[in-house]
Design a binder for this molecule. Structure first.
Ligand code: ASP
Length: 437
C-alpha cells in the first residue's frame, strides 16, 4: 500500500457541515487519500463546546444519577444539523437514542467519550461514500489501558487489505473483552499514526486549524516563521517543553517505518504545512529548527568537594527524589557540584523535606536553591556540525541583558537547554529568535 495517504482531521476541521465540505474537497482531490480518521466535532467558534467535553459531562451527570437531557440535546443538535445540512441518509436519531440509553444504563466513561468520534465517523463515511470501519475491531488495548502495537498493526494490515477507501474513527479501540477504551485526550492523532503504520502508508497527513508548527510560540514572537521541516527527534525535544500541535505519542507508530507526517491546515489547504520526517534526513540548513521553553522550575544545587570519588553519592542523591516521587528534568554537573532541575509544581510542597533528606543522606558542603527558573530549548539537528550557533545564541542573550543561569547541551546533541529567570523568559526567546531569523 506504499502509495496510500492516511488523513486525520481534527475536531475543528469537522465542527459543522461547512467544515465537512472542506474535508471532502481535500480527500477527493487526491485518490491516494484512502483512509480517513476523524475526531469528534470541535469548537465552531470561541466559547463553543467540544462534543467530547459534552459527552464527558453526560457521563459525569449520569454517574451521579442526574438528568443529562439538556447536555445530550446539545450533542444531538450538532449531529442532526450536520446530517440534515449535508442530506445524509443516516439514521442518526436512532444512533443517538441508542447511545443515550446506554449512558443512562451506566455505560463506561470511555464508551461515552468515544461516541463523539464514532458518530462523526458514521456521518463522514456516508458523506464521502467510503466504508465505515469501527476501530474497536482494529485497535487492541491491554488491561492497563496501553494499546498493543504488534497485534493492532497486524489487525490493521489484515482488515484494511483490499479495502479501497474507508473512514476509521479516531480516539478509541477496545480491550480483549470488547470493552471500548480510549487514548488520552487528543488521541485521534495516535489512531491516524497507527492506521498509517498498519497500511505502511507513504504519508500521514494530519489536518488541523494551523498551518503546521512555528519556529517559536506566536504568543511570544508575534511574527514567528513557520517550520517547514522537523525530524521526529527534534519534535520530541520541542514538544517536551512547549504546547504540542500533535499528540506527543502520535509519532511513535509511524516513526518505526519512517513514514513522514505532514501537519496541514483544513482552512488553508494550499499551505504546505510542516513535514515531520525521519531522523536520518540530511540537514540542508545551517541554523536552528525551533525554540521552545517552559517556566517554573526549581534548581537545587548541591556542592561537595570530591563528590565524584564517592561511588554512591549520585545514587543516594537521586533516590531522595525517587522516594519522594519527584521526576528530575536535568542534572548538569561540575567537578564538585551537581544541580538538580525539577518542575516547581512537582516539588514546592516537599522542598524542605527534600533538602533535609539530601543533607542527611549525602552530607554535602552546601545546598543552594534557585526558584523561579525557566528552561529554554534551542533545537536543531544541524547544530553539532555548524559553528557559531551557541555563540550567536549567547551573544543574543547578552545583548538583551539576560543573565544565563544554566546551560545543558542535550546528550542527543540536538539541543542546547538554557536556564534563565522566569522574568527573562519571553525576552530570552524573542532575543534568540531574532538572532537567527
Ligand atoms: N475528541 C477527543 C478529544 O477531544 C480526541 C481527539 O480529538 O483527538 O480529546
Amino acid at each position: 500500500m506504499g502509495d496510500t495517504i492516511v488523513v486525520k482531521f481534527g475536531g475543528s476541521s469537522l465542527a459543522d457541515s461547512s467544515q465537512f465540505k472542506k474535508v471532502k474537497d481535500i480527500v477527493t482531490s487526491n485518490d491516494k487519500r484512502r483512509f480517513v480518521v476523524p475526531s469528534a466535532p470541535g469548537k465552531r467558534y470561541k466559547g463553543d463546546h467540544k462534543v467530547t467535553d459534552l459527552l464527558y459531562m453526560c457521563h459525569q451527570l449520569a454517574s451521579h444519577g442526574l438528568n443529562f437531557d439538556e447536555v445530550f440535546n446539545l450533542i444531538k443538535e450538532r449531529y442532526t444539523e450536520i446530517s440534515r445540512e449535508l442530506n445524509l441518509d443516516v439514521a442518526i436519531e436512532d444512533l443517538l437514542n441508542e447511545i443515550k440509553l446506554n449512558i443512562s444504563n451506566g455505560a463506561s466513561k470511555d464508551y461515552t467519550a468515544s461516541r463523539g468520534e464514532y458518530l462523526n465517523g458514521v456521518l463522514l463515511a456516508a458523506y464521502l461514500g467510503f466504508e465505515f470501519i469501527d476501530p474497536k475491531d482494529l485497535i487492541l488495548f491491554d488491561e492497563d489501558g496501553y494499546f498493543n502495537q504488534d497485534i493492532t498493526e497486524a489487525n490493521v494490515s489484515e482488515k484494511l487489505e483490499g479495502v479501497p477507501y474507508a473512514v476509521v474513527p479516531g480516539f478509541y479501540g477496545a480491550n480483549k473483552n470488547g470493552e471500548i477504551t480510549t487514548f488520552s485526550r487528543g488521541g485521534s492523532d495516535i489512531t491516524g499514526s497507527i492506521i498509517a503504520s498498519g497500511v505502511r502508508a507513504s504519508l500521514y497527513e494530519n489536518w488541523t486549524d494551523v498551518s503546521g508548527f512555528l519556529v517559536a510560540d506566536p504568543n511570544i514572537v508575534a511574527d514567528a516563521m513557520p517550520m517547514d521541516l522537523v525530524t521526529y527527534r527534534e519534535l520530541r525535544e520541542l514538544s517536551y517543553m512547549g504546547a504540542p500541535v500533535l499528540h506527543e505519542e502520535a509519532i511513535f507508530p509511524v516513526r518505526k517505518y519512517g513514514i513522514p507526517i505532514n501537519i496541514r491546515n483544513t482552512n488553508v489547504p494550499l499551505d504546505k504545512g510542516t513535514m515531520i520526517v525521519d531522523d536520518s534526513t540530511p540537514v540542508k540548513y545551517k541554523g536552528i529548527t525551533g525554540i521552545s521553553g517552559k517556566k517554573d522550575f526549581v534548581v537545587i544545587s548541591v556542592e561537595k568537594t570530591m563528590m565524584t570519588l564517592e561511588k554512591d553519592f549520585f545514587r543516594k542523591l537521586i533516590s531522595v527524589f525517587e522516594t519522594n516521587d519527584i521526576p528530575i528534568e536535568h542534572m548538569p554537573s561540575s567537578i564538585d557540584s551537581v544541580s538538580i532541575v525539577v518542575q516547581a509544581s512537582k516539588i514546592n510542597h516537599k522542598l524542605k523535606k527534600i533538602i533535609e533528606e539530601i543533607r542527611i543522606f549525602c552530607n554535602p558542603d552546601n545546598i543552594v536553591t534557585y526558584p523561579d527558573m525557566s528552561l529554554i530549548a534551542v533545537v536543531g539537528r544541524g547544530m553539532i556540525r555548524t559553528k557559531g550557533i551557541s555563540a550567536k545564541t549567547f551573544t543574543a542573550l547578552e545583548k538583551a541583558d539576560i543573565n544565563t543561569r544554566m546551560i545543558v547541551q542535550g546528550s542527543s546533541e540536538l539541543n542546547i537547554i538554557i536556564g534563565v529567570e522566569n522574568k527573562d523568559f519571553e525576552k530570552a526567546i524573542e532575543a534568540i529568535y531574532r538572532a537567527f531569523y
